[in-house]
Design a protein around this ligand. Structure first.
Ligand code: FAD
Length: 404
């Protein structure tokens, strides 16, 4: 008989079990998750969750336990880690036993990168789980005096915005010349740098962290040493230097791992019945003919569902094609990016980058490949379809012109 097993009980895993039942599959369905919690949303953890409030908000849970167990008839194994997989025997190894499968979806996501070669000190945090968010929030509630954020990516930038919203000083240290360079490119990254500066965030780009120092006779961080020889006072350090795909448990499985679980266009790994989805998956995206591993909420949700459909009907497996999309909230502003940032030209087509709203389009050859919006929610979303349908640069510009 068949058994679909999903490893990782977060967004990709949740969407996988939901989609499995929607396809009409009524066989055994198991969801294994290392965290003790029901699937919860991570985006609020670096946003609303850090705002001052008498009680920290509960992280939004997608589905109550009852509905997962009773309505979807999911065999829920929370607080259980997968430790390996025997793809020839089709058996998943768990820290408390083994689980045979006919279809397996790997949805183990990613874990926050730590600062290399630094001592473990109190006051130093990463931000990936709800426990991490509680710890960062508690530091802010306790009245942090000097917050240093390492990395001006999404999470680092959102934390900086949350700290400023509380009226506390914050310094952001970023190795690259501008924030978000890999995600949106240098030109728009510098617009984001100015956004930080306008809100009183002390942004130090082109410099890295050389070390952390504890206060005299304590194990609490007191100073951050930078690669240019300078130092920053710090009683709280939040490390936002990215996430690494959670593939350690797959060592020796024979699955191809290369910064993620390598998949074909249908999200299938090389092993029979084994698929991957979410932050852990690196697959060939037919929309761009490129191998990608995305760390975005929307793609993860779509991929979890697609992997389940394909795992249940491998013969009719469909390629998973998507135009990447993410949003990020900075100081009451919504930043959104659609597509890919590799471009020969980036042109601001509405507003200007020093104002409170603008839209920029990214051109590669004669195609629009990307769109970045600040407080341009509706317009930017239109480009998800326009980019998916391979709209030309000219037509993209005309489209924006026509909306005015
Ligand atoms: P994850 O959410 O990483 O979950 C993987 C799960 O698998 C975890 O629960 C983990 O414990 C479990 N697991 C790992 N290994 C094992 C194992 N061996 N056995 C069993 N279980 C295991 N995206 C946006 O587009 N916009 C945003 O504004 C945004 N904000 C974010 C803010 C924060 C603070 C974070 C952390 C992420 C944010 N994201 C955002 C990204 C988005 O949350 C991720 O893309 C999404 O969580 C990925 O889901 P996932 O299911 O692939 O993996």
């Amino acid at each position: 008989t068949s058994r679909l097993v999903v490893v990782g009980a977060s967004l990709a895993g949740l969407r996988a079990v939901e989609a499995a039942r929607r396809t009409g599959y009524d066989g055994p369905l198991t969801l294994v998750g290392a965290e003790p919690h029901l699937p919860y949303d991570r985006p609020p953890l670096s946003k609303e969750f850090l705002a001052p409030a008498p009680q920290p908000p509960e992280p939004p849970t997608h589905r109550a336990e009852h509905s997962l167990r009773a309505e979807l008839d999911v065999d829920l194994r929370l607080g259980t880690a997968a430790t390996g997989v025997d793809t020839a025997a089709r058996v998943l190894h768990l820290d408390d036993g083994r689980l045979p499968y006919t279809g397996l979806i790997i949805a183990t996501g990613a874990t926050a990168r730590q600062l290399p070669n630094t001592p473990e000190l109190a006051g130093v945090h990463t931000l990936r789980t709800v426990e991490d968010a509680h710890r960062v929030r508690a530091e802010l509630d306790a009245g942090a005096r000097n917050v240093v954020v390492v990395g001006a990516g999404f999470i680092g930038s959102e934390v900086a915005a949350a700290v400023r919203k509380r009226g506390l000083p914050v310094t952001v240290v970023e190795m690259a010349p501008v924030p978000l360079v890999r995600a949106i490119g240098e030109q728009m990254g510098s617009a984001c740098a100015r956004l930080h500066e306008r809100h009183g965030t002390d942004l130090r780009c082109g410099v890295g962290v050389a070390g952390l120092e504890a206060g005299e006779g304590t194990d609490r961080v007191e100073r951050v040493r930078l690669t240019d020889g300078s130092t920053l006072d710090a009683d709280v350090v939040v490390v936002g230097t990215g996430a690494a795909p959670a593939t350690g448990w797959l060592a020796g499985s024979g699955l191809e791992i290369d910064d993620g679980v390598v998949c074909d266009e249908t999200l299938a790994t090389g092993a029979p019945g084994v698929y991957a989805a979410g932050d852990v998956a690196r697959w060939t995206n037919p929309a761009f003919g490129e191998r990608m591993r995305l760390e975005h909420w929307t793609t993860t949700a779509e991929q979890g569902a697609a992997a389940a459909r394909n795992a249940l009907r491998p013969v009719e497996a469909q390629p998973f094609e998507t135009v990447p999309y993410f949003w990020s909230d900075w100081y009451e502003h919504r930043l959104q990016f659609i597509g890919v940032p590799t471009a020969e030209e980036v042109r601001v087509v509405t507003g200007d980058t020093d104002s409170e709203s603008f839209l920029a389009l990214y051109r590669q050859g004669d195609r629009v490949v990307g769109a970045l919006g600040l407080n341009e929610r509706k317009l930017v979303m239109k480009f998800r379809r326009l980019i998916a349908t391979r709209t030309s640069w000219r037509d993209g510009l005309d489209y924006v012109e026509g909306t005015r």
